[in-house]
Design a protein around this ligand. Structure first.
Ligand code: AMP
Ligand code: ZN
Length: 500
C-alpha cells in the first residue's frame, strides 16, 4: 500500500473492481460530482448522490486534511427542460411582453438553485469547494478557465467532432475505446439501435455538443452560429476549469454512466489528448419509494422540501438528519427502498444517540465536547468508511461506541462525538423543540454559569466591552441573559433563558 493511499479503497465503475485509492496529488485531492439541473425541486432520489458524496468529501478531508480536498458540484442552469418550465410558469408574462424568456429562465433557475441549497444544507451536506454554473462556462472566460466553446473547437480541430444540420456532433467512431465506462461497444450500439440513425449523424451514438437556438431561445454567439451547449460538454468544461484535465474522482447516480459520463469521458479525453478523464468513477444506486420506482404518475414522487416541510409522506414531517441517516443505512451502491419504516428506524437510532448526548449522569459531556477542537473518530469508523464507504460497518461502530459511552467511557464518548461529526450528524434537529432548553441546560449549563460569573466580574471592573462580548456571544448561541437585582440583598444577579 502506497503512503498516499491512506488505506482507502473505492469501487471503480471504470475497472469494475475495488482498488486502492491513490490521489494524483495528496495535497489536492480532486472530486467532481454532477449536480442538479435546476428546473424543479430536487426529489429524494437526487438527495442520494448529494449525501453519499458528502460523506466521501468528509472522509477525504479527514484523511488528507481539510484544505487538501477540492470538491466541485456544478449547477446545470442551461437545459431545454428549464426553458419549458419557464414557459409553463411565466407563459402569460412572456406573452404579455412583461418578461423575456431569458428573465423567466433566470427566475426559475435562481429559485430552484436556492431551494436546492436549503434542501442539501438541511440534509447535513457541506457546501462543495466550488459550485460552477454552466451558463458561466459556455463562452471563453476572462480568467482563462476552461470553457465549452474552446473545448468544442478543440474537438473539431482534432477530428473528433463535425458540423451537420445546425449541430456540432461528437464523432463516436473517432475514439477507438468509446464505451469503456459502460462497456458498450460501438458495433453493438449500432446494431442494437432501436431508433433509426438520424440522417445527419455519422453514427447513431454521436451526440450533440452544440445546437442552434431560435431567436427567442437562450443562446451564445459561436463559430457555429448562435446556439447552446449539449448537456455533456458542460461537465467536461467545468471539471477541467477547477480540477484540470485529469483528476481523481468523478461521481453521480447510476443512471449517469451512460450516456452522460461515457460522453464526458469521450469529450474530455479527446479534447485534451489524455488517457483518462478521472481515475475513479463512482456511482450511487437508485432509490425507489415503498417498493416502486418513484414517478409523478404513481403519486409517490417526493421532493426533499416536501419531506422536510410538509406531511405528505407518512403523515408527518421528517427532520433532515433522519432522512440523512435513513439514506446512509444502505450501502451506496445498492438500490435503496425508501420507506416510512426505514425513516422510523433511523429516527429511533438518532433519538437514542441524542438521549445519550443529553444524559450527563455518567459522563462529563462538556469535557468531551471541549476536546472537539481536535476531533478524532475511532480507527474502526475510519476503517469502515475507508472500505468503499461501508456505512453499515460504520454505523455498527457508532453503536459499539455509544454502548461504551453509556457506561461512562469518556474516550469512547469523544470518538463517538467525533464520529457523529465526521458523518455530518449534529443531533440537534432530532431533539424535539420543547427539549432544546433542557439539552442546553444539561450540556451547557455549567459553562453558561461560569460565563455569567466572569461577566459579573467584568462589570464590577467596568470592563463593559468584554462584558458585552460575552452577552452577545451567548445570544448568538440562543442564550439570552437577563440582568436584575436580588430583592433581598440588592446585589446584581443575572439569569439566563433559551430563546425560541
Ligand atoms: P438529475 O437532476 O436527474 O440529473 O439528477 C441529479 C443526480 O441525482 C444524478 O446524480 C442522478 O444520477 C441522481 N438521481 C436521480 N434520480 C435518482 C434516484 N431515484 N435514486 C438515486 N439517485 C438518483
Ligand atoms: Zn456531469
Amino acid at each position: 500500500m502506497s503512503d498516499a493511499s491512506k488505506g482507502l479503497s473505492l469501487y471503480n465503475t471504470l475497472t469494475r473492481t475495488k482498488d486502492d485509492f491513490v490521489p494524483i496529488d495528496p495535497l489536492n485531492v480532486r472530486m467532481y460530482v454532477c449536480g442538479p439541473t435546476v428546473y424543479d425541486f430536487a426529489h429524494i432520489g437526487n438527495a442520494r448522490p448529494a449525501i453519499v458524496f458528502d460523506v466521501l468529501f468528509r472522509l477525504l478531508r479527514q484523511l488528507y486534511g481539510e484544505s487538501h480536498v477540492t470538491y466541485v458540484r456544478n449547477i446545470t442552469d442551461v437545459d431545454d427542460k428549464i426553458n419549458a418550465r419557464a414557459l409553463r410558469d411565466f407563459g402569460g408574462e412572456i406573452a404579455g411582453g412583461k418578461l423575456s424568456l431569458n428573465d423567466a429562465i433566470r427566475l426559475v433557475t435562481e429559485k430552484t438553485a436556492d431551494q436546492y441549497h436549503k434542501d442539501v444544507a438541511a440534509l447535513g451536506c457541506l457546501e462543495p469547494t466550488f459550485e460552477p454554473r454552466a451558463t458561466e462556462f459556455v463562452a471563453p472566460r476572462a480568467d482563462g478557465k476552461a470553457d465549452m466553446l474552446s473545448l468544442i473547437g478543440q474537438l473539431i480541430e482534432r477530428g473528433h467532432a463535425y458540423q451537420a444540420e445546425g449541430e456540432v456532433l461528437f464523432d463516436t467512431a473517432s475514439m477507438p475505446d468509446y464505451g469503456e465506462l459502460s462497456k458498450r461497444n460501438l458495433d453493438e450500439q449500432q446494431a442494437g439501435a432501436r431508433i433509426a440513425v438520424d440522417a445527419h449523424k455519422k453514427n447513431s451514438g454521436d451526440f450533440v455538443l452544440w445546437k442552434l437556438s431560435s431567436p427567442e431561445e437562450p443562446g451564445w454567439e459561436s463559430p457555429w452560429g448562435r446556439g447552446r451547449p449539449g448537456w455533456h460538454i458542460e461537465c467536461s468544461a467545468m471539471s477541467a476549469a477547477y480540477l484540470g484535465e485529469v483528476f481523481d474522482i468523478h461521481g453521480g447516480g447510476l443512471d449517469l454512466i451512460f450516456p452522460h459520463h461515457e460522453n464526458e469521458i469521450a469529450q474530455s479525453r479527446c479534447a485534451h489528448g489524455t488517457k483518462v478523464m478521472a481515475n475513479v468513477w463512482m456511482h450511487n444506486g437508485f432509490l425507489q419509494v415503498e417498493g416502486q420506482k418513484m414517478s409523478k404518475s404513481l403519486g409517490n414522487f417526493y421532493s426533499i422540501h416536501e419531506l422536510l416541510e410538509t406531511e405528505t409522506f407518512g403523515g408527518r414531517k421528517w427532520p433532515g438528519e433522519v432522512l440523512r441517516l435513513a439514506m446512509l443505512m444502505t450501502h451506496y451502491r445498492q438500490p435503496i427502498d425508501f420507506t416510512k419504516a426505514k425513516l422510523e428506524e433511523a429516527e429511533r437510532t438518532l433519538q437514542r444517540w441524542a438521549d445519550l448526548r443529553r444524559d450527563a449522569s455518567n459522563l462529563n459531556w462538556r469535557a468531551v465536547a471541549n476536546r472537539m477542537v481536535d476531533p478524532l473518530p475511532s480507527t474502526g469508523l475510519i476503517a469502515a468508511l475507508s472500505d468503499d464507504l461501508n456505512l453499515a460497518a460504520a454505523i455498527s461502530e457508532l453503536h459499539r461506541l455509544s454502548k461504551k459511552a453509556e457506561e461512562g467511557d469518556e474516550e469512547a464518548a469523544f470518538q463517538l462525538l467525533s464520529g457523529w461529526s465526521l458523518l455530518g450528524f449534529t443531533l440537534e434537529g432530532v431533539v424535539a423543540r420543547a427539549d432544546v432548553a433542557a439539552v442546553i441546560e444539561a450540556t451547557e449549563g455549567a459553562n453558561i454559569q461560569a460565563l455569567i460569573t466572569e461577566r459579573l466580574t467584568l462589570i464590577a471592573a467596568k470592563n463593559w466591552a468584554e462584558a458585552d462580548r460575552i452577552r452577545d456571544e451567548l445570544l448568538a448561541q440562543g442564550v439570552q441573559l437577563k440582568d436584575g437585582k436580588d430583592p433581598a440583598t440588592g446585589e446584581r444577579v443575572t439569569t439566563w433563558e433559551v430563546k425560541r
